[in-house]
Design a protein around this ligand. Structure first.
Ligand code: AMP
Ligand code: ZN
Length: 270
């Protein structure tokens, strides 16, 4: 697969980005976000890297150092947000407290916290769009996980361009790798010899997402694409029946589907 061509096609088909946009790219240090920022820069977009230092021991230190070197070499501005400065603690402590307080486990906590900080900082940086490195495998997992949870409606906002367009001062989240299989991105990143970590997050074990990913490793990229494309056909119908208005969180002022956003719900007693 020609990943660069696939990204260009997705951007054009869904109108993801304009050349005049300030594009903030959420950089985890992994192959997906590194590849997407590299491709967007090559295409001539005004990109800016945004990395959250989660304070996950050596893992975070190596990712930070890699992204500093990568952005310098590719002439990309980079902002590193320190989770300890934002929330007073690193991610492991936060996860331990939330497990004890609310029995919250898995990648959900990390996802909610990352999304809130990324939105806040994208806005601070004056971003028009916030790009993430979510790929076809992530999206196929989401479809299946929502289905198995018995709540297909959780995927009502699934799209290469997720919600937020309607909120003033809010950077719309976009996913140019939505239709790119992880295996192909891996090949691309390795062909470019990106000096990064190619491993999975050390925290992600025994979670529902990891179990789904393992199960899905037995199906082909073509089948993953069929899952995602077929679900995309259902999304407009789901949206018509289930309009989910975006409100403003009463506590923090960030966009939310309910009066209090998920972030404020989980971090209120940290
Ligand atoms: P993950 O949830 O780890 O699969 O990551 C999905 C996407 O979220 C990545 O491709 C990045 O765009 C973004 N992301 C994950 N972790 C971070 C981080 N520590 N800092 C900034 N962005 C991140
Ligand atoms: Zn909130």
């Amino acid at each position: 697969m020609d990943i660069e061509k696939e990204v260009a096609t997705t951007i054009a088909k869904y109108g993801l980005l304009k050349k005049s946009d300030k594009v903030v790219v959420a950089l985890s240090g992994g192959k997906d976000s590194t590849s997407v920022i590299y491709i967007l820069k090559k295409m001539g977009y005004d990109v800016h890297g945004l990395l959250i230092d989660l304070h996950l021991g050596e893992w975070s230190k190596i990712h930070n150092a890699n992204m500093i070197a990568f952005c310098e070499a590719n002439d990309i501005p980079l902002t590193i947000v320190d989770l300890k400065k934002e929330l007073g603690q690193g991610i492991c402590f936060i996860k331990a407290v939330l497990k004890k307080q609310k029995n919250l486990t898995g990648c959900t906590v990390c996802g909610i916290i990352k999304r809130w900080i990324l939105n806040k900082w994208a806005k601070k940086l004056g971003a028009d769009k916030l790009v993430t490195g979510h790929n076809l495998d992530d999206e196929a997992q989401n479809v299946l996980m929502n289905f198995l949870k018995g709540n297909v409606l959780l995927g009502v906002n699934s799209s290469p361009a997720t919600g937020g367009k309607e909120v003033v001062g809010f950077a719309q989240r976009v996913k140019p790798l939505f239709f790119c299989p992880e295996s192909e991105i891996m090949k691309y990143a390795k062909s470019k010899k990106f000096d990064i970590l190619y491993d999975k997050c050390p925290c992600a074990f025994g979670t529902y997402r990891v179990e789904t990913r393992e199960w899905m490793s037995h199906i082909s990229d073509k089948e993953k694409l069929a899952i995602v494309e077929n679900f995309q056909k259902l999304v407009p119908g789901l949206r018509k029946e289930n309009v989910m208005e975006l409100k403003t969180c009463k506590k923090c002022g960030e966009p939310s589907r309910s009066d209090i956003c998920n972030f404020c719900k989980i971090v209120s007693n940290l």
